[in-house]
Design a protein around this ligand. Structure first.
Ligand SMILES: [Zn+2]
Length: 72
């Protein structure tokens, strides 16, 4: 009987780049400027009523929108 190895999927976001991925593990939409991210957040607010935060990503150095991370 084979021993089942515990393999960590490479697509799974690790802690330090969690800001770059969604909870589903897919990369978030990135924006080149904060202004672009902010207007996308504004659109999400207008369309869906969700309050999103724009932030600079340490992983890709672009901007994403999403819920604020508890890092403060
Ligand atoms: Zn990113």
């Amino acid at each position: 009987m084979k021993k089942r190895q515990r393999v960590t999927p490479t697509t799974r976001p690790v802690g330090r780049v969690a800001s770059h991925f969604t909870r589903e593990g897919t990369p978030k939409t990135s924006y080149r400027t904060q202004a672009e991210a902010k207007s996308a957040a504004q659109l999400a607010w207008t369309l869906n009523g969700v309050d999103l935060n724009s932030y600079r990503c340490d992983f890709c150095h672009q901007w994403h929108i999403g819920k604020r991370f508890r890092d403060d």
